[in-house]
Structures are given as C-alpha cells and as structure tokens.
Design a protein around this ligand. Structure first.
Ligand SMILES: C[S@@+](CC[C@H](N)C(=O)[O-])C[C@H]1O[C@@H](n2cnc3c(N)ncnc32)[C@H](O)[C@@H]1O
Length: 207
C-alpha cells in the first residue's frame, strides 16, 4: 500500500539501539468510508502511539532468548520488532492487512525477522492454534468499549496457565474497565513509562 502514500520515518531509541519506523505521514488520509461502514474500522494502525514506545522499551530491556511472542493489534510493529531484537521468535498480528504490511517492512528495515499474520480478535483461530504463548504483547488496544469483552475472553486463552500478557495503555477508560475485570483472573503489575507517566505497561500473569 506504500504506492502514492506520503511516508515518514522516525528513529526511536529502544533497548540500547535505534529503531526506524516508517509510517504514513497523515493517518486521516487513509480513511475509508466503506470499511468504516462495515466494521467501524478507522486507520489507527498508521500512527505510532506513545504506548507502543513504552511497550517496546519494556520489551527491549528483557532478554527473550527464543521465547515465542505474539503481538496483537501490532500497527506499525514497534514492540514486535523490539521483541525480535531482544531474541524473541515473534508473530505480529493485526486485523488490518496494511498494518501487517507496514510491520513486516519495518522489521526488514531494522534487520530483524518477524512473522506476520492478518488476524482479528473476533476470529482468533490462527492464534489459538498456536497457544499457549509465553508472551503476548499489545499496545493501546483498549481504546474502544467493544474491545474490552473480546480481549477479556481472548487473553486467558492465549497465555494459558504459564504465559504472560504485557499491555501498554495511556489510561483510557475502557482499559481501566478491562484491568478491573482482568484482575479476577490475573495478577497485574503496572509500571509507568519513565518517558511519559500517563502511559503504563501492565504485566498480567494468571492467578
Ligand atoms: C490504537 S491502534 C494501536 C497500534 C499500535 N499497537 C500502537 O500502539 O502504535 C489499535 C490497533 O489495534 C488494531 N485492532 C483494532 N481492533 C482489532 C481487532 N478486532 N482485531 C485485530 N486488531 C485490531 C488496529 O488495527 C490498530 O492497529
């Protein structure tokens, strides 16, 4: 989908190295009325959200040494790339084929290998087939109320009894509701991002 799009590249410091993220300059230019009518689909994937940076930095600080990792709603793919750079075997997923294409291109640009797949949380078969996942990543996924019940059901199935989910969020109301409900099944440790304390990384481990 790069053809004809105005693109920009950003350099971000993650885990002691500089990662390059290419993205459309103006995500609003990608609005597609038909897709919005169908799924209320908005091209949020095309922005690099502060939560992605926070999650990438948290992941980049950990040695993953072959750990299987899946990122949900990967957008441009920064946390997935940070996880691959930290030694993880990473699958980056999103329901937007354009997002997945950008994530794959960004991984190549940074010299790391990731696998990618177009998967929606409402049809998660390809993710469940490969569960349990030792580490599930997601940044800024809980921006709409409809995502709360879907992820409350999906995450326990993905992490199984021993995995963990790291979810970064800038304090959105649906995320707070998600965390309150998730606390029944998970122990949750939340840490503020040193670069912007409104963003926190929540580490969920099954009780
Ligand atoms: C706010 S954006 C965050 C993107 C990226 N994680 C970041 O933080 O920069 C939310 C992402 O979730 C994806 N998404 C939303 N609903 C989804 C669904 N039902 N299944 C899979 N991905 C979804 C969007 O396409 C988008 O990439």
């Amino acid at each position: 989908m790069d053809a004809g799009l105005d693109l920009v590249e950003e350099a971000v410091a993650v885990g002691g190295r500089e990662l390059i993220v290419r993205r459309p300059r103006d995500s609003e230019a990608l609005l597609d009325e038909a897709a919005f009518e169908r799924d209320e689909f908005l091209p949020y994937w095309a922005e690099l959200w502060p939560s992605a940076l926070a999650l990438a930095r948290a992941v980049g600080a950990r040695a993953l040494r072959g750990t299987r990792v899946v990122e949900l709603g990967c957008g441009l793919g920064l946390p997935a790339i940070a996880a691959a750079a930290a030694g993880g075997r990473v699958l980056a997923t999103d329901w937007s084929p354009d997002a997945v294409a950008f994530a794959a291109g960004n991984a190549r640009r940074n010299g790391v290998e990731i696998e990618t797949a177009v998967v929606s949380w409402t049809e998660p078969g390809p993710l469940l087939e490969r569960a349990p996942w030792p580490l599930v990543l997601g940044s800024d996924l809980l921006y709409e109320a409809r995502n709360v019940p879907v992820l409350l059901e999906l995450l326990p199935a993905l992490v199984g009894e021993r995995g963990e989910a790291w979810i970064a969020d800038p304090g959105r109301a649906p995320a707070e509701r998600f965390l309150a409900a998730a606390a029944e099944r998970f122990a949750i440790r939340s840490t503020p991002d040193p670069a912007g304390p409104r963003v926190r990384v929540h580490r969920l481990t099954p009780r």
